[in-house]
Design a protein around this ligand. Structure first.
Ligand code: ZN
Ligand code: FE
Length: 255
Protein backbone atom coordinates (compact mmCIF):
# COMPACT_ATOMS: atom_id res chain seq x y z
CA UNK A 1 0.00 0.00 0.00
CA UNK A 2 1.53 3.30 -1.06
CA UNK A 3 -0.82 5.70 0.75
CA UNK A 4 0.49 7.49 3.84
CA UNK A 5 -1.45 9.96 5.99
CA UNK A 6 -0.37 12.72 8.35
CA UNK A 7 -2.93 14.17 10.77
CA UNK A 8 -2.69 17.43 12.72
CA UNK A 9 -4.89 20.03 14.41
CA UNK A 10 -5.85 23.38 12.85
CA UNK A 11 -7.79 26.38 14.20
CA UNK A 12 -9.54 25.41 17.44
CA UNK A 13 -10.74 21.86 16.86
CA UNK A 14 -10.42 21.23 13.12
CA UNK A 15 -8.33 18.41 11.74
CA UNK A 16 -5.98 18.88 8.85
CA UNK A 17 -4.77 15.78 7.05
CA UNK A 18 -2.25 15.14 4.31
CA UNK A 19 -2.52 12.11 2.03
CA UNK A 20 0.70 11.09 0.27
CA UNK A 21 1.31 8.66 -2.59
CA UNK A 22 4.85 7.39 -2.13
CA UNK A 23 5.03 6.05 -5.71
CA UNK A 24 4.40 9.36 -7.47
CA UNK A 25 5.19 11.80 -4.66
CA UNK A 26 1.75 13.41 -5.00
CA UNK A 27 0.36 14.89 -1.78
CA UNK A 28 -3.16 16.13 -1.10
CA UNK A 29 -4.50 18.19 1.76
CA UNK A 30 -8.04 17.19 2.54
CA UNK A 31 -9.64 20.56 3.26
CA UNK A 32 -7.53 23.57 4.13
CA UNK A 33 -8.68 25.08 7.43
CA UNK A 34 -5.64 27.41 7.57
CA UNK A 35 -2.34 27.56 5.73
CA UNK A 36 0.26 27.69 8.53
CA UNK A 37 -0.33 24.26 10.16
CA UNK A 38 -0.56 22.64 6.72
CA UNK A 39 2.76 24.17 5.72
CA UNK A 40 4.25 23.00 9.03
CA UNK A 41 2.97 19.49 8.28
CA UNK A 42 4.52 19.63 4.81
CA UNK A 43 7.87 20.65 6.34
CA UNK A 44 7.62 17.88 8.95
CA UNK A 45 6.94 15.20 6.34
CA UNK A 46 9.08 16.57 3.52
CA UNK A 47 6.09 16.23 1.17
CA UNK A 48 5.14 18.79 -1.52
CA UNK A 49 1.51 19.80 -1.83
CA UNK A 50 0.06 18.90 -5.24
CA UNK A 51 -3.69 18.84 -4.57
CA UNK A 52 -6.37 20.15 -2.22
CA UNK A 53 -9.55 18.08 -1.93
CA UNK A 54 -12.40 20.15 -0.51
CA UNK A 55 -15.37 18.53 1.24
CA UNK A 56 -17.58 21.62 1.62
CA UNK A 57 -17.56 25.40 1.48
CA UNK A 58 -17.40 26.38 5.17
CA UNK A 59 -14.57 28.78 6.04
CA UNK A 60 -13.04 26.38 8.58
CA UNK A 61 -12.42 23.98 5.65
CA UNK A 62 -11.42 26.47 2.94
CA UNK A 63 -9.69 29.38 4.72
CA UNK A 64 -6.19 28.25 3.76
CA UNK A 65 -6.79 27.54 0.06
CA UNK A 66 -5.70 30.89 -1.44
CA UNK A 67 -2.41 31.03 0.45
CA UNK A 68 -1.53 27.39 -0.21
CA UNK A 69 -2.42 27.60 -3.88
CA UNK A 70 -0.35 30.74 -4.40
CA UNK A 71 2.64 29.00 -2.83
CA UNK A 72 2.37 25.48 -4.28
CA UNK A 73 0.16 25.94 -7.39
CA UNK A 74 -1.84 22.99 -6.08
CA UNK A 75 -4.88 21.75 -7.97
CA UNK A 76 -8.08 22.54 -6.04
CA UNK A 77 -10.86 19.93 -6.35
CA UNK A 78 -14.26 20.86 -4.93
CA UNK A 79 -17.89 19.77 -5.01
CA UNK A 80 -19.66 21.03 -8.13
CA UNK A 81 -22.76 22.02 -6.22
CA UNK A 82 -20.93 24.60 -4.08
CA UNK A 83 -17.86 25.43 -6.16
CA UNK A 84 -19.03 29.04 -6.49
CA UNK A 85 -18.57 29.45 -2.72
CA UNK A 86 -15.04 28.00 -2.69
CA UNK A 87 -11.95 29.97 -3.83
CA UNK A 88 -9.57 28.97 -6.64
CA UNK A 89 -11.40 25.83 -7.78
CA UNK A 90 -9.74 24.00 -10.71
CA UNK A 91 -11.93 20.91 -10.94
CA UNK A 92 -15.44 20.16 -9.77
CA UNK A 93 -16.71 16.73 -8.78
CA UNK A 94 -20.05 14.99 -8.42
CA UNK A 95 -21.38 11.66 -7.17
CA UNK A 96 -19.48 8.75 -8.71
CA UNK A 97 -16.62 10.82 -10.13
CA UNK A 98 -13.08 9.55 -9.64
CA UNK A 99 -10.29 11.78 -8.34
CA UNK A 100 -6.65 10.72 -8.63
CA UNK A 101 -3.88 11.78 -6.26
CA UNK A 102 -0.84 10.41 -8.05
CA UNK A 103 -1.59 6.69 -8.30
CA UNK A 104 -4.20 6.82 -5.54
CA UNK A 105 -7.80 7.00 -6.57
CA UNK A 106 -10.95 8.16 -4.77
CA UNK A 107 -14.63 7.84 -5.54
CA UNK A 108 -16.68 10.94 -4.82
CA UNK A 109 -19.72 10.34 -2.62
CA UNK A 110 -22.23 13.19 -2.33
CA UNK A 111 -23.28 13.54 1.31
CA UNK A 112 -25.66 16.53 1.52
CA UNK A 113 -27.16 17.67 4.82
CA UNK A 114 -24.52 19.69 6.68
CA UNK A 115 -24.27 21.69 3.44
CA UNK A 116 -26.18 20.95 0.24
CA UNK A 117 -23.10 20.14 -1.85
CA UNK A 118 -20.97 18.33 0.75
CA UNK A 119 -18.91 15.42 -0.61
CA UNK A 120 -16.77 12.64 0.86
CA UNK A 121 -13.73 11.10 -0.83
CA UNK A 122 -13.45 7.31 -0.61
CA UNK A 123 -10.07 5.72 -1.45
CA UNK A 124 -11.39 2.19 -1.78
CA UNK A 125 -8.07 0.48 -2.50
CA UNK A 126 -6.43 2.19 0.48
CA UNK A 127 -9.43 1.68 2.80
CA UNK A 128 -9.63 5.40 3.62
CA UNK A 129 -12.54 7.83 3.58
CA UNK A 130 -12.40 11.58 4.18
CA UNK A 131 -15.86 12.63 5.29
CA UNK A 132 -15.55 16.30 6.31
CA UNK A 133 -18.42 17.40 8.56
CA UNK A 134 -20.90 14.64 7.63
CA UNK A 135 -19.83 11.83 9.96
CA UNK A 136 -17.83 12.39 13.15
CA UNK A 137 -16.44 9.86 15.60
CA UNK A 138 -19.62 8.93 17.57
CA UNK A 139 -21.42 11.90 16.02
CA UNK A 140 -22.47 13.67 12.87
CA UNK A 141 -22.43 17.21 11.55
CA UNK A 142 -25.15 19.73 12.23
CA UNK A 143 -27.85 19.77 9.59
CA UNK A 144 -27.36 23.37 8.47
CA UNK A 145 -28.46 23.59 4.82
CA UNK A 146 -30.26 20.32 4.20
CA UNK A 147 -32.95 18.32 5.99
CA UNK A 148 -32.54 15.58 8.59
CA UNK A 149 -33.82 13.04 6.05
CA UNK A 150 -31.13 14.12 3.61
CA UNK A 151 -28.45 13.79 6.30
CA UNK A 152 -29.72 10.33 7.29
CA UNK A 153 -29.47 9.19 3.66
CA UNK A 154 -25.92 10.57 3.47
CA UNK A 155 -24.90 8.77 6.67
CA UNK A 156 -26.36 5.52 5.31
CA UNK A 157 -24.12 5.86 2.24
CA UNK A 158 -21.06 6.12 4.49
CA UNK A 159 -22.32 3.27 6.67
CA UNK A 160 -22.31 1.02 3.59
CA UNK A 161 -18.55 1.36 3.13
CA UNK A 162 -16.51 -1.71 4.14
CA UNK A 163 -16.12 -2.15 7.89
CA UNK A 164 -12.35 -1.74 7.85
CA UNK A 165 -12.52 1.64 6.07
CA UNK A 166 -10.67 4.23 8.16
CA UNK A 167 -12.68 7.42 8.51
CA UNK A 168 -11.04 10.84 8.78
CA UNK A 169 -13.48 13.58 9.82
CA UNK A 170 -13.18 17.35 10.04
CA UNK A 171 -13.24 17.92 13.80
CA UNK A 172 -12.12 16.54 17.16
CA UNK A 173 -15.49 16.29 18.90
CA UNK A 174 -15.30 12.71 20.11
CA UNK A 175 -15.53 13.08 23.89
CA UNK A 176 -18.47 15.49 23.75
CA UNK A 177 -20.14 13.22 21.20
CA UNK A 178 -19.69 10.19 23.48
CA UNK A 179 -21.19 12.03 26.47
CA UNK A 180 -24.29 12.69 24.39
CA UNK A 181 -24.38 9.22 22.83
CA UNK A 182 -24.45 7.64 26.28
CA UNK A 183 -27.76 9.43 26.95
CA UNK A 184 -29.22 7.59 23.93
CA UNK A 185 -27.60 4.18 24.55
CA UNK A 186 -26.53 4.04 28.22
CA UNK A 187 -26.16 0.24 28.10
CA UNK A 188 -24.05 0.04 24.92
CA UNK A 189 -20.83 -1.62 26.09
CA UNK A 190 -18.94 -0.83 22.88
CA UNK A 191 -19.74 2.84 23.44
CA UNK A 192 -18.62 2.60 27.08
CA UNK A 193 -15.32 1.12 25.92
CA UNK A 194 -14.89 3.90 23.36
CA UNK A 195 -15.33 6.45 26.16
CA UNK A 196 -12.50 4.91 28.17
CA UNK A 197 -10.30 4.81 25.08
CA UNK A 198 -11.11 8.40 24.02
CA UNK A 199 -10.52 9.78 27.52
CA UNK A 200 -7.09 8.20 27.53
CA UNK A 201 -6.30 9.52 24.04
CA UNK A 202 -7.39 13.07 24.89
CA UNK A 203 -5.48 13.00 28.20
CA UNK A 204 -2.36 12.06 26.23
CA UNK A 205 -3.06 14.73 23.56
CA UNK A 206 -3.54 12.01 20.95
CA UNK A 207 -6.14 12.23 18.19
CA UNK A 208 -9.22 10.03 18.55
CA UNK A 209 -9.36 9.50 14.78
CA UNK A 210 -9.25 7.76 12.40
CA UNK A 211 -12.11 5.46 13.37
CA UNK A 212 -13.40 2.53 11.36
CA UNK A 213 -16.81 2.17 9.78
CA UNK A 214 -17.26 -1.13 11.62
CA UNK A 215 -16.59 0.43 15.04
CA UNK A 216 -18.87 3.40 14.33
CA UNK A 217 -21.73 1.10 13.35
CA UNK A 218 -21.56 -0.45 16.83
CA UNK A 219 -21.46 2.79 18.83
CA UNK A 220 -22.48 5.91 16.87
CA UNK A 221 -26.18 6.58 17.60
CA UNK A 222 -26.56 8.60 14.39
CA UNK A 223 -25.74 5.46 12.36
CA UNK A 224 -28.08 3.36 14.52
CA UNK A 225 -31.37 5.26 14.13
CA UNK A 226 -32.94 2.26 12.38
CA UNK A 227 -32.35 -0.11 15.31
CA UNK A 228 -35.45 -0.87 17.42
CA UNK A 229 -33.56 -0.33 20.70
CA UNK A 230 -32.45 3.12 19.62
CA UNK A 231 -35.96 4.10 18.49
CA UNK A 232 -37.29 2.84 21.84
CA UNK A 233 -34.78 4.89 23.80
CA UNK A 234 -36.18 8.12 22.29
CA UNK A 235 -39.80 6.96 22.61
CA UNK A 236 -40.28 6.36 18.87
CA UNK A 237 -40.86 2.62 18.45
CA UNK A 238 -42.09 1.82 14.94
CA UNK A 239 -41.42 5.28 13.52
CA UNK A 240 -39.39 5.78 10.32
CA UNK A 241 -35.64 5.77 10.85
CA UNK A 242 -35.30 9.26 9.35
CA UNK A 243 -37.66 10.59 12.04
CA UNK A 244 -35.70 8.82 14.79
CA UNK A 245 -32.51 10.28 13.35
CA UNK A 246 -34.08 13.77 13.31
CA UNK A 247 -35.06 13.41 16.98
CA UNK A 248 -31.55 12.29 18.01
CA UNK A 249 -30.01 15.18 16.03
CA UNK A 250 -32.44 17.66 17.67
CA UNK A 251 -31.54 16.33 21.12
CA UNK A 252 -27.85 16.70 20.37
CA UNK A 253 -28.42 20.34 19.34
CA UNK A 254 -29.96 20.99 22.78
CA UNK A 255 -27.44 18.91 24.73
ZN1 ZN B 1 -18.72 22.60 8.17
FE1 FE C 1 -16.24 22.27 10.05
Amino acid sequence: MSAATHLFLCLKDNYGVLLHDSQSGATAAIDAPEAAPIEAALRATGWTLTDILVTHHHADHTGGIRELKSRYKSRVVAPAREAAKIPEVDETVREGDTVSIGKLSAAVIETPGHTLGHVAYWFQHDQLAFVGDTLFSIGCGRVIEGTPGMMWDSLKKLRQLPNDTRIYCGHEYTLANIRFARTIEPDNQVLAAREVQAMRQVAQSEPTIPVTVGDEKLANPFLRADLPDVAASVGMIGRPAADVFAEIRARKNRF
